[in-house]
Design a protein around this ligand. Structure first.
Ligand code: BG6
Length: 605
């Protein structure tokens, strides 16, 4: 998964290089195997500079600030087709240097097309699918010289999910197409731009035009034209004002985005709760969930882990048959079993994760698009645009690759939803008002336990393997804790249901082997024996739970969470484990924001 950005001005600009570098920096979390930028002047001269490495080092080494022109394109790569190498970095020229472009996503018939087009005289400089896009457009242009038509013809040749931006040197328009990968349009004063993601656009304008798959655009500084890629028909869509602030894309005084985003969680949870309390969208959403035969909560990575916690809330508090499903497994596992009276809540902070969009496409082919509800953070994203109803997470921009504030707001949203559904099912009579207490409880963990988490991280900075276990309502928390530890500190950690640990994995426990227990006091009657199964084999049981004498006495290390209602323990225990994994990563000397091999939004299979 990569990041692309393109922009058009009226006149050549000396600061085009700086504009492209700034855009590339705000797309860093989408890939950092290589970066490139090209500027094109009004009279059609192009200057392309690209290499392997991160934006800071490449942009200074290749002096991006020298780039000048009225059109510019930059691309960041997360390698799939073609090894990370200068020849596979993007943007790419066509054979004769007449057009230049870059893509994001996957063109799965790349190898075949390189072979075919080479036989037709095309000269490829690498093995990258982004270069194939440019050559396919070049081949179409040979027949008629019409860029608009070439974009539409290329649609029938390129296979896969992608988006690209391209321009002919001798021309003044930029073209871009959205075919399964994220793409947004930004409209500003004297310029129009396009990008894979919002941060690079929000730095320049808040006026966003969401795009849908199967659409392409032609634009210059004066305006844009959206068309259907099959028919060529014009599509009228006005810009919307994005609620997301560009400031949230800045680190401020924090050393890393992840720490900033952890500290923002109480305020973002408060913002979400205020929205949910006043929104007319919550009740119809809850009614659909309440009246469903079965409810599937579907997501990937941290979003899936929040679905596990959400399913406990909906089953336990509202008696609503709810099943959490890993998005990538949905089609094979549940595809043939779905029923018209089922409801599918697709959960994705970016709203663009390919595994989730695959489920959306599948349900659409099965005539169940109306059964799809979305939980999403990025407004204007594919999931938001194509869900019949959606609820926003209001976490603002999340830059660090590892989800924190979006995960917590997913859990808060599911708790609020479960309480609404319980009311609809007449089960909420004795439910304490836990929601209002949530932001402060999260803040108390951050304020009171950061020091303990840092100490514990220091103690385990050389540890390369551990387990995180949860029971009942904290099972999803154990999965999320393991996800955080793995994705940023590179230590192996498996999240598991604590009752399951004795059925095999217990074998791994030897002297001092660390096993975390995330539990509520209400479930300690079960977890106490699980803890002793580890401590009696000299393992180290590290328990994170509300205050409890027996849990404290039976654990090797005990980290008491602030007193709270049982339903908040899954959320609060994860906040502690976010802090632990963050400090563990910093102690190990790694960058918690941009972990190797990972990316914020995976738009490929
Ligand atoms: C992965 C990220 O690429 O996508 C995870 O590294 C994230 O942190 C997962 O949880 C799902 O992303 P989204 O946007 O669908 O919630």
């Amino acid at each position: 998964m990569c990041g692309i950005f393109g922009i058009a001005f009226e006149k050549d600009r000396d600061d085009m290089g700086n504009i492209l570098t700034k855009a590339a920096k705000s797309l860093t979390y989408r890939g950092y195997d290589s970066v490139g930028a090209v500027s094109v002047t009004q009279d059609g001269r192009a200057d392309l500079r690209k290499d392997v490495g991160k934006v800071d080092e490449v942009s200074s080494k290749l002096k991006f600030d020298e780039l000048c022109g009225n059109r510019g394109i930059t691309q960041l790569r997360w390698a799939t087709f073609g090894v990370p190498a200068q020849r596979n970095a993007q943007p790419h020229f066509d054979t004769h240097g007449k057009i230049v472009g870059a893509h994001n996503g996957n063109v799965v018939n790349t190898v075949h097309l390189i072979h075919d087009l080479t036989a037709k005289g095309h000269v490829f400089r690498g093995e990258n699918d982004g270069e194939v896009v440019v050559h396919v457009v070049e081949e179409s242009l040979k027949g008629h010289g019409d860029m608009d038509l070439a974009i539409r013809e290329a649609r029938n040749i390129l296979k896969g999910d992608y988006a690209y931006v391209i321009t002919a040197l001798k021309g003044d328009k930029i073209y871009a197409a959205k075919m399964g990968s994220s793409l947004y349009l930004g409209v500003g004063d004297g310029f129009v731009c396009v990008s894979s993601d919002l941060p690079s656009i929000l730095n320049l304008t808040k006026h966003i035009v969401p795009l849908l798959d199967g659409e392409y655009i032609e634009f210059d500084e004066r305006g844009y034209e959206i068309r259907d890629i099959n028919s060529g028909d014009h599509i009228d869509r006005k810009p919307i004002e994005s609620p997301l602030s560009a400031e949230s894309a800045l680190k401020g005084e924090f050393p890393f985005f992840m720490e900033k985003e952890i500290v923002e969680q109480p305020e973002r949870a408060q913002a979400l709760l205020e929205f949910l309390a006043n929104s007319e969208d919550v009740m119809p959403f809850a009614e659909e969930v309440s009246s469903a035969n079965r409810v599937y909560l579907v997501g990937s990575g941290s979003s899936y882990n929040s679905c596990v916690i959400g399913s406990y809330y909906l089953n336990k508090l509202a008696g609503c048959a709810t099943y959490p499903v890993v998005a990538g497994s949905f089609l094979e596992h549940f595809g043939e079993g779905v029923r018209p009276d089922d409801v599918f809540v697709l959960v994705s902070q970016s709203g663009e994760t390919k595994d989730v969009i695959n489920v959306l496409n599948f349900l659409t082919t099965r005539g169940m698009a109306n059964n799809v509800l979305g939980v999403v953070n990025v407004l204007g994203s594919t999931l938001m645009m194509r869900s019949r109803r959606y609820l926003p997470l209001l976490s603002n921009l999340e830059i660090a690759v590892a989800a924190t504030k979006t995960f917590i707001n997913q859990c808060v949203l599911f708790l609020a939803l479960a309480i609404e559904v319980a009311k609809l099912k007449g089960r909420a009579s004795n439910m304490p008002d836990v929601l209002a207490k949530t932001p402060k409880a999260i803040k108390d963990v951050i304020d009171q336990m950061s020091g303990q988490a840092k100490e514990l991280a220091n103690k385990y900075k050389d540890c390369v393997d551990m387990y995180t276990l949860g029971y009942g309502i904290t099972f999803g928390s154990a999965l999320e804790a393991a996800q955080k530890i793995k994705e940023i500190s590179y230590a192996h950690c498996e999240g598991m249901y604590s009752a399951e640990f004795k059925h095999g994995p217990l074998a791994i426990v030897t002297n001092g082997y660390p096993v975390f227990y995330l539990t509520s006091v209400e479930d300690q009657h079960m977890v106490l024996s699980h803890i002793n199964e580890v401590t009696c084999r000299l393992g180290t049981a590290i328990t994170v739970a509300p205050p409890s004498d027996s849990l404290e006495k039976n654990s090797t290390l005990f980290y008491p969470l602030p007193h709270s209602d049982y339903t908040l323990v899954p959320i609060l225990s994860v906040v502690f484990m976010q802090l632990f994994s963050y400090y563990l990563t910093v102690e190990k000397g790694f960058n918690p924001d941009f972990p190797r091999n990972c990316s914020k939004t995976i738009t490929v299979d």
